[in-house]
Ligand binder design. Structure first.
Ligand SMILES: *Cc1c(COP(=O)(O)O)cnc(C)c1O
Length: 363
């Protein structure tokens, strides 16, 4: 049996994937669609791959309701390269943009952007706790800014914007860790990006959705890979694309369609989160979530136990029971349960049962 050996994987990235997708990949690995070879051995110019690629683009567009005015790009370099590539492409010489520093990822985004353009911090957590997202009225967008950069979900801090703030400039949002788990308001965006490996597929692929009329307005002398226009005019096949990652993500997107589309995944995310936060809140303060209630992430649920020894035991005993990757990020400690799109609600119920048992044994 394939599934009986599978763990419940709460990894923050790469993510757990649907078993049905993995089984299809396995079944097709020696002979993809009668070609006598796997898709990763095929030419990226061959019809077999072309269909995979174009279907993945189309499925992404329909799942996320991406309007025609936007181009969808499949790129390499992870979300991290976008920290630089976004300002390279959206800011002309001397232009500026605001960045919300909401934690680890927001900070990295502005750090790299500063090396490209004179961008500024539009908000930071003055207390340094990074346990909440700012409200619209706290964010200071300067006149003349080309965009405001947000991180919709801070993967390490375990916080999210329940609603994105509004600004009088277009938004650019890093959605790496809540990609396609909530609707995207395209009217207010110039660009949305994310690494695929948190919610949608394997590592090696970043998806960038950019308003077409913002392409080629940077006036910079960019090398061809760094210029979005290169990828836009070639359906992201200007060079060899990350074929395997696109192929697997394509299957995940198909699976998402058959499961009911974005609304289903938004609802499942809310359900997983409410089960876990419920267990934390009903533990009489034994488990503590250090995050402001309104900013609680639906994807990365962070919590603490009474002491670090107990946290270590919790992680070890959970792993023995088949629930892995629950250790919090090394920079913050504690426990982090990442509950991405493909994680079954059953896995969350099992974790909550384990939490109850662990508290009874050690509380
Ligand atoms: C993981 C992550 C990144 C970095 O992604 P890579 O693909 O590893 O470069 C950026 N932003 C957020 C919000 C993330 O969670």
């Amino acid at each position: 049996m394939t599934t009986s050996t599978r763990v419940h994987n709460f990894c923050a990235g790469p993510c757990t994937l649907p078993v049905s997708v993995l089984e299809e990949v396995r079944d097709e690995l020696l002979d993809f669609d009668g070609t006598g070879m796997s898709i990763i051995e095929a030419s990226h110019r061959a019809p077999a791959y072309d269909a995979v690629h174009m279907n993945a683009l189309a499925d992404f567009r329909s799942l996320a309701s991406v309007p025609d005015e936007f181009s969808i790009l499949f790129l390499q370099g992870g979300a991290s390269l976008q920290f630089a590539q976004v300002p390279m492409n959206l800011l002309a010489d001397g232009e500026t943009a605001g960045y919300v520093n909401s934690g680890t990822w927001g900070k990295k985004a502005i750090g790299d952007a500063r090396k490209v353009a004179p961008v500024y911090e539009a908000w930071t957590d003055a207390e340094g706790a990074f346990d909440r997202m700012p409200g619209t009225d706290e964010i200071e967008v300067r006149d003349g800014s080309r965009y405001l950069h947000l991180t919709s979900n801070e993967t390490i801090g375990g916080i999210r914007f329940p609603e994105l703030p509004s600004a009088n400039v277009p938004l650019v949002t890093d959605m790496s860790s809540d990609f396609l788990s909530r609707p995207i308001d395209w009217d207010v965006h110039d660009l949305v990006y994310g690494g695929a490996q948190k919610n949608l597929g394997p590592a090696g692929l970043a998806v960038v959705i950019v308003r077409k009329d913002r392409l080629s307005s940077h006036g910079r002398n960019l090398t061809s890979y760094l210029d979005y226009a290169t990828h836009d005019s070639n359906n992201s096949m200007a060079n060899t694309p990350p074929m395997f990652a696109i192929y697997v993500m394509g299957k995940v997107l198909r699976w998402m369609h058959t499961e009911g589309g974005l609304a289903t995944f938004e609802q499942r995310a809310a359900q997983r989160a409410s089960i876990l936060y419920g267990a934390i809140d009903e533990s009489d303060g034994w488990y503590v979530c250090p995050v402001d209630e309104a900013s609680r992430s639906h994807m990365n649920i962070v919590f603490r136990l009474p002491d670090e020894d107990l946290e270590e035991r919790f992680v070890a005993e959970a792993a023995d029971a088949g629930m892995v990757n629950l250790k919090g990020h090394r920079s913050v400690g504690g426990i982090r349960a990442s509950v991405y799109n493909a994680l079954r609600v059953d896995s969350v119920r099992m974790l909550v049962d384990f939490m109850d048992g662990f508290r009874s044994a050690h509380g």
